[in-house]
Design a protein around this ligand. Structure first.
Ligand code: SF4
Length: 356
């Protein structure tokens, strides 16, 4: 459906124009002072857009600063080892983003600079329709509407789009509203304004319609029967349960850790073996209470079991059996581990040290 058809069928141009003007005014006085907005650069915008996918802004800010410190330019990022990039990313989750960011940095450097339009950005690893539109509009001033989860929520409520936003018709309708709203004179500010509206006002559970700059043209304003069901999504399959046991074989200040394979869950990150040490004379024991940890499509029920080995030799023999490495806790901490490990790390370490 073209932008013109969409507007004719649903609203008049005047509503879109009113909403656009009111939103711009609101954004000028309400935009948050986020670090990548204070000193704008293509590199900083790109980092922020990748980091904020499925990550909260307050978690992303310190990591954004860390990346700027460790890898001040795209050349520095490209030259870093994958292990360094993964370590810096630790805590943000969804490590595939870090791997693709690193690959994209290498492509950018090999081509002699950042792409100059949305299409060029879309061709880079890890960049999809939303991210390319966001970077092109914010960093290059290209007039394209960026549609992420926040924008879907605002647009579906404002326009009363009742088709699931992840269906073809729903996605087209949302894109139609977003295109109709777009302020071609300030596309970057406009896209950020819609996202900001979604983050600060049109929130998922309790939108603050009374404070909303577009309420006079919104289909769902002050109408819980509408905003509470929008955006509609196709029902998801229940996350599969994964019963995981990590066997932490330890002696003194040393443990056996393994690096996970190049593909699959937690690819290339470090972890503990899932097999129990076979020849230890010491019985295994649970180190900490079981942990439940959610990934996108899996719900992990993790058990951390410790085995105090009787000697360093025994530890090394076990490491060979599982293709692992004997490391001190401090050496382990310098590697990149899944969030499941980092969130229980201190308890785990304390429990092992107490059992030695
Ligand atoms: S009026 Fe309410 S439902 Fe409509 S966009 Fe604003 S906050 Fe969201």
């Amino acid at each position: 459906m073209s932008k013109g058809d969409f507007l004719q069928k649903n609203w008049c141009q005047t509503d879109a124009e009113r909403a656009r003007r009111s939103l711009a005014k609101w954004y000028d006085s309400h935009a948050r002072d986020l670090p990548w907005r204070l000193t704008p650069s293509l590199y900083g915008t790109w980092l922020s857009e990748i980091m904020l996918q499925q990550t909260r802004v307050d978690t992303g800010i310190p990591k954004w600063h860390l990346f700027q410190e460790l890898f001040p330019s795209v050349e520095d990022l490209a030259q870093a080892s994958e292990a360094e990039v993964m370590k810096a990313w630790e805590g943000l989750g969804y490590y595939r983003r870090a791997r693709l960011l690193h690959q994209a940095a290498k492509v950018v450097v090999s081509k002699g600079g950042f792409p100059e339009n949305r299409e060029g950005w879309l061709a880079l690893p890890g960049i999809g329709p939303y991210t390319s539109a966001a970077i092109a509009s914010i960093g290059l001033g290209e007039a394209v509407a960026a549609v992420d989860g926040n924008v879907q929520r605002v647009m579906s409520r404002w326009g009363g789009v009742t088709d699931p936003v992840d269906s073809k018709t729903g996605a087209q309708a949302i894109q139609g509203v977003a295109d109709a709203w777009l302020d071609a004179a300030r596309p970057g500010d406009h896209n950020q304004a819609v996202m900001e509206l979604g983050a600060l006002v049109c929130s998922p559970k309790q939108p603050r319609c009374a404070e909303c700059p577009v309420r006079f043209t919104c289909t769902s304003a002050d109408n819980p029967d509408m905003w509470s069901v929008l955006p509609r999504k196709t029902p998801k399959r229940k996350a599969a349960r994964w019963d995981l046991t990590w066997h932490v074989a330890h002696h003194g200040n040393q443990v056996v850790a393994i690096q996970r394979p190049d593909t699959g869950v937690w690819a290339t990150l470090w972890a503990f073996p899932e097999r129990a040490p076979s020849k230890s004379n010491t019985p295994s024991r649970p180190l900490i209470p079981d942990v439940v940890h959610a990934l996108t499509h899996k719900r992990i029920h993790a058990r951390m079991v410790g085995t105090a080995m009787t000697s360093t030799e025994e530890l090394h023999t076990w490491a060979q059996e599982v293709n692992g490495v004997v490391m001190t806790w401090e050496e382990c901490e310098a590697k990149a581990w899944p969030r499941l490990a980092t969130k229980v790390w201190s308890e785990l370490k304390a429990a092992c040290m107490a059992g030695n």
